[in-house]
Design a protein around this ligand. Structure first.
Ligand code: PEP
Ligand code: MG
Length: 593
């Protein structure tokens, strides 16, 4: 994706080197080393003058570095920014480096800038041959020294950066000296083309606790100053021009991240089992495959919801079967994840691809969305199903269909699925033997006919985001009615209870993958409801596990039984919040959270 694509959402995967999430405007940090001038010295008499010019640039570079060093504070532990500046100063003083450059000026009769470049190229060849990744990466120290000398030779000076508002700094790479020139309190995050865990941007970002992703390869070419950007230093992902839906999800993630104390991560590794031995499977909800490492790190047993429609949004072309395949290969059979639940694409509602935008409906949440759209555009649907089936032999797959409102839709979806499977089998493709098929329960009619639906599928997954929207008639993205959006509404709790009971009576698993599943204040209620799986934003997992491990099924059922006798959402909320505050005083402050 190039700079011509001015407003499309795109995701870049790099290496997350400093954790945390920031959402803001990009600022493209202009490097000084783009043009290294080259010219031959017209007269051999100019050689000595050129050598003097080189020496003056060395002296000036050293003076500047020492001045910048004074501005950087000490950091505990080995590789601090001041130490890195010392290394750069050592390079400027290195006799071999100086002699080689002078020799280049003399022998080649070239300008000092070019002579420095030739010297550095020689070092680069040497470093490239090193086996050790860390040592190989240290060529960047020599390149920083080069950049500074050349900048002084050409007389280029960087004015102190005035970034105005707080920004996400985008750069090819950043030296500690570069960083010292920034008003660091204005930097929200870093995203760089090159670098790894030990690169300077990484070291500096960690020392300043600023989220950073490095090694993005060409982020400087794809982003312009003032572009909207999200940096997720935990997952190692950068998202440029996030659309409102993606932005909203990341605002949630950011909040969750900031709420999560470090010690909560200890819970990520522990099983989600109550004190009386009732265990719940924990899924991670993802929109992009780049979030998988974060799902694993935060303690997901599997992927409980992969929102595949994000493959369609904001792109010119529809994704091909190969595009799907590439993505699904990264989700299925992944070490550390026991299963992957792929939800077939849920376009429409508040998520559209380019062509759909032209036929906007007056009431899209009730329109041609999700499975309805797939059953109408069967060829499109089949492309996705083929890709899912083609990876199914690689690991445990659960496929689920969104927005099922009645028996015909699931039967038709299954019929098409079987048709695609038979076509692939006829071609000799290997297909997984135990693919589970499920429906999302997110339309009230599906709850009412749950008994019949259960006969058709292996599992239910309750999508509370939509279920609440439809049962309480509240547009989930209309901020004017959010005050009515209430997961603890007695109608919602009764529907969920009914779905779990019907599912269990029919011998199938019942999961929940709406946002409600990741809200720790509701965890005991959900335990009491005996859901088999809770799937949530990965960052929510540690805290939910902490609540599960601190509770018993018995007390959770008692809490549920009590609230089921209350008549209003407000009464239930007040009761649940008080109970959770009493039970987990550390987790829930007196104001409700
Ligand atoms: C839901 O509706 O609860 C759900 C999980 O799906 P989405 O939020 O993608 O509609
Ligand atoms: Mg939904």
């Amino acid at each position: 994706m190039g700079p011509d694509d001015l407003t499309k959402t795109f995701v870049r995967k790099g290496i997350g080197v400093s954790p945390g999430i920031v959402i803001g405007k990009a600022y493209l940090f202009d490097r000084l080393d783009t043009q290294v001038p080259f010219y031959k010295l017209s007269d051999p008499g100019l050689i000595d003058e050129e050598i003097q010019r080189f020496r003056r640039a060395l002296g000036e570079s050293e003076r500047q570095l020492l001045e910048l060093k004074g501005k950087l504070s000490d950091v505990d532990g080995g590789m601090d920014p001041q130490y890195i500046i010392d290394v750069h100063v050592m390079i400027l003083r290195d006799q071999k480096f100086i002699d080689r450059t002078i020799q280049n000026i003399r022998e080649m009769s070239v300008n000092a800038e070019w002579a420095v470049r030739i010297t550095v190229e020689k070092y680069r060849e040497l470093f490239d041959r090193m086996d050790d990744d860390y040592l190989r990466g240290r060529i960047s120290d020599i390149q920083y020294a080069e950049q500074r000398i050349v900048a002084n030779l050409v007389g280029k000076k960087r004015a102190a950066l005035d970034m105005g508002e707080k920004v996400v700094m985008i750069a090819a790479d950043l030296s500690p000296a570069d960083t010292a020139q920034m008003k660091i309190d204005r930097v929200l995050g870093f995203a760089t083309d090159i670098g790894g865990k030990t690169s300077h941007t990484a070291i500096v970002a960690r020392s300043l606790a600023i989220p950073a992703v490095v090694g993005l390869e060409n982020i400087t070419r794809s982003v312009r100053t003032n572009d909207d950007i999200i940096v997720d230093g935990t997952a190692g992902v950068v998202i440029v021009h996030p659309d409102p839906e993606v932005r909203r999800r990341y605002e949630d993630k950011k909040r969750l991240y900031e709420e999560a104390e470090d010690d909560l991560l200890d819970y990520a590794r522990l099983p989600a089992v109550t004190k009386d031995n009732y265990s719940v499977e924990i899924g991670g909800n993802i929109e992009f495959i780049e979030e998988i490492p974060s799902a694993i790190a935060h303690g997901a047993d599997g992927i409980g919801l992969y929102r595949t429609e994000f493959l369609y949004i904001n792109r010119e072309e529809l994704p091909s079967e190969e595009d799907h395949l590439v993505n699904y290969r990264s989700v299925v059979g992944v070490k550390g994840l026991a299963w992957a639940t792929i939800r077939t694409f849920d376009l429409g509602g508040d998520k559209f691809f380019k062509d759909q935008k032209h036929c906007r409906e007056l009431n899209p949440q009730l329109g041609l969305r999700a499975i309805r759209f797939c059953l109408k555009e069967v060829d499109l649907f089949k492309i996705q199903l083929r890709a899912i089936l083609r990876v199914s032999a690689k690991g445990k797959i659960r496929v689920m269909f969104p927005m099922i409102s009645g028996i015909e839709e699931i039967r038709e979806a299954k019929r098409i699925f079987a048709e695609v499977r038979d076509e692939l089998l006829a071609k000799g493709e290997s297909i997984g033997k135990d693919i589970e098929i499920g429906v999302m329960i997110e339309v009230p009619s599906a709850v009412i006919v749950a008994e019949e639906l259960a006969k058709e599928v292996d599992f239910f997954s309750i999508g509370t985001n939509d279920l609440i929207q439809y049962v309480l008639a509240i547009d989930r993205i209309n901020e004017r009615v959010t005050y009515l959006y209430e997961p603890l509404h007695p109608a919602v709790l009764r529907l969920i209870k009914h779905v779990v009971e019907v599912g269990h009576r029919s011998g199938i698993r019942v999961a929940m993958c709406g946002e409600m599943a990741g809200e720790p204040a509701y965890t005991m209620i959900l335990l009491g409801l005996e859901l088999d799986e809770l799937s949530m934003n990965p960052l929510a997992i540690p805290r939910v596990k902490k609540i599960i491990r601190g509770s018993t099924l018995k007390e959770s059922k008692a809490l549920l039984n009590k609230v089921m006798t209350l008549a209003s959402a407000q009464e239930i909320r007040t009761y649940v919040e008080a109970a959770m505050q009493k039970r987990f005083p550390e987790e829930f402050q007196a104001n409700g959270q």
